[in-house]
Ligand binder design. Structure first.
Ligand code: C2E
Ligand code: MG
Ligand code: MG
Ligand code: MG
Length: 281
């Protein structure tokens, strides 16, 4: 019997494996088409200054609307885009959309706001990454100070990234470490690298008022960032308890559903206009 069950389990495993493989093949093929047919959009999530409640930045998050399957979340296709190298043209497209949007907002008279863009490791293997980013900015009359580049710890640690990172910093880009505290990396890179900002991962924020260990880790992150003169933003803030804890511990910036979900550009324009009217009206 046990043997029989074992066999069934194996079969189940095998078929679910091949289903995953097939799904990833499907995504691979439709990703290629999606690039040609331009099926991507960008949504923007506001970043709030804790002290003032003001929107002081936005994170650009890719959205893919498949003509048949509808919305496909980034978690389901970004890893495949990275594996296949398709993240290079996709990443360029995202930056183009972000820069064009930023220019349009400016032309509409909205005050300039910094927009953070996620970069994948694979994009750094593109030799002219920095030049290609600069070209897209120039095409839209933007300056590196208008853009923040988000990388992960694993990327920050890699020797072959150092030159590009330094170049990006020297040009005036803000560089932040996304999902801080979740990867296998030493803290030493914080001392060596041209980083401005760390983003405390949602998994720690989620433990506030539930798990004292998460609270301890967040306090330690805030302390170390403060001493190193790095800005800190907490991601995935959803509850008043989480917000209060972060404010009490002097976390400067907040990003999360408690303020705003990622939204299409039109909604963001309305929020920015409302804020500008409050300040200058
Ligand atoms: P990320 O860069 O850490 O982005 C934050 C994610 O947390 C976003 O998920 C956002 O919608 C979500 N989030 C924000 N606030 C809350 C909250 O209060 N509660 C909860 N439950 N979630 C919240 P999203 O948009 O699904 O993106 C997932 C990941 O996909 C991103 O994580 C990023 O790693 C990747 N990604 C998204 N857009 C791009 C892109 O243009 N290029 C690259 N390379 N990666 C991207
Ligand atoms: Mg991010
Ligand atoms: Mg990320
Ligand atoms: Mg993150």
């Amino acid at each position: 019997r046990a043997k029989e069950e074992g066999k069934n389990q194996y079969r189940f495993y095998e078929s679910s494996l091949s289903r995953d493989a097939k799904q990833s093949m499907d995504i691979k093929n439709s990703l290629r088409r999606a690039i040609e047919r331009d099926e991507f959009a960008v949504h923007y999530q506001p970043q709030i200054e804790a002290r003032s409640g003001k929107i002081i930045g936005l994170e650009a998050l890719i959205r893919w609307y498949h003509p048949k399957q509808g919305f496909i979340p980034p978690g389901s296709f970004i890893p495949i885009a990275e594996e296949t190298g398709l993240i290079v043209p996709i990443g360029e497209r995202v930056l183009q959309m972000v820069c064009a949007q930023s220019r349009a907002w400016r032309q509409a008279g909205l005050p300039p706001i910094r927009i953070a863009v996620n970069l994948s490791a694979r994009q750094f293997s593109q030799k002219d990454l920095v030049q290609s980013i600069k070209r897209i900015l120039d095409d839209n009359g933007l300056d590196p100070h208008d853009i923040e580049l988000e990388i992960t710890e694993n990327m920050a640690m890699k020797d072959e990234m150092q030159e590009s990172l330094q170049e990006m910093k020297d040009m005036g880009f803000t560089i932040s470490i996304d999902d801080f505290g979740t990867q296998y990396s030493s803290l030493g890179y914080l001392k060596r690298l041209p980083i401005h900002k760390i983003k405390i991962d949602r998994s720690f924020v989620n433990g506030i008022s539930k798990d004292p260990k998460d609270e301890a880790i967040i306090m330690a992150m805030l302390l170390i960032a403060n001493r190193l003169h790095l800005t800190v933003i907490a991601e995935g803030v959803e509850t008043n308890e989480q917000l209060a804890f972060l404010q009490d511990n002097d976390c400067e910036e907040i990003q999360g559903y408690i303020f705003h979900k990622p939204q299409p550009a039109e909604n963001i324009a309305a929020l920015l206009a409302e804020q500008a009217a409050k300040i200058f009206g």
